[in-house]
Design a protein around this ligand. Structure first.
Ligand SMILES: [Cu+2]
Length: 197
């Protein structure tokens, strides 16, 4: 008789404890969520990281243009890893003057530089460097050149050089659409490079 009377009381007490604990838990969760929303990334204005569309960096990066590289000689490094990603030429986009020399440096091994058929100006000389070896190319014909690293073309290890004016840019852009189908990774790289001209 005594047990029968106290059981419902225990049940009520237990339910009440659960209820209040649950309420407290909810409050804690809400508090945490509120705190997280208020956290700002270092160097960024509050809330900017959540809206990519209003970020000023998003629009400026797509309109970034390569500047004319000063001097008659320029170096392009062949790298396993660079600022722009893995398996990459650095700088990948170069603007130079007619008659300038490009030195492709085998900074990392197992890369080469080779011009791509149909992606150089009309009448321009092609080149094909050996693996892991430096090669220097004199750019004596005006226009846009696209070259690749043969073993890593599937990873879009390509580079762009504009010599003088971009007289053949329309042709290059048309060929780039085909070339893109060979890329398994970094498929937007070539478009991004050409957009910098
Ligand atoms: Cu390579």
């Amino acid at each position: 008789m005594k047990i029968k009377n106290t059981l419902p009381l225990f049940t009520i007490l237990f339910t009440a404890i659960l209820f209040f604990n649950g309420k407290k838990y909810d409050e804690l969760v809400t508090q945490r969520l509120t705190t997280n929303v208020a956290i700002c990334l270092e160097g960024e204005p509050c809330g900017a990281s959540t809206s990519a569309t209003s970020s000023p960096n998003a629009s400026s990066s797509s309109t970034f243009k390569a500047q004319l590289s000063e001097g008659p000689e320029h170096t392009v490094k062949m790298l396993n890893s660079g600022v722009g990603g893995q398996m990459i030429f650095e700088p990948a986009v170069l603007k130079v003057s007619v008659g300038d020399t490009i030195h492709f440096k085998a900074t990392d091994a197992a890369h080469n530089s080779a011009s791509i058929e149909g992606m150089v100006p009309d009448g321009a000389k092609s080149w094909a460097g050996a693996l892991s070896q430096d090669i220097s190319v004199v750019m004596d014909t005006e226009g846009v050149y696209v070259y690749q690293c043969d073993p890593h073309v599937m990873m879009a290890m390509v580079g762009v050089i504009q010599v003088g004016d971009a007289v053949n840019l329309d042709n290059i852009k048309a060929s780039a659409a085909d070339k893109k189908s060979a890329f398994m990774l970094n498929s937007e790289r070539l478009d991004e490079y050409l957009a910098q001209l």
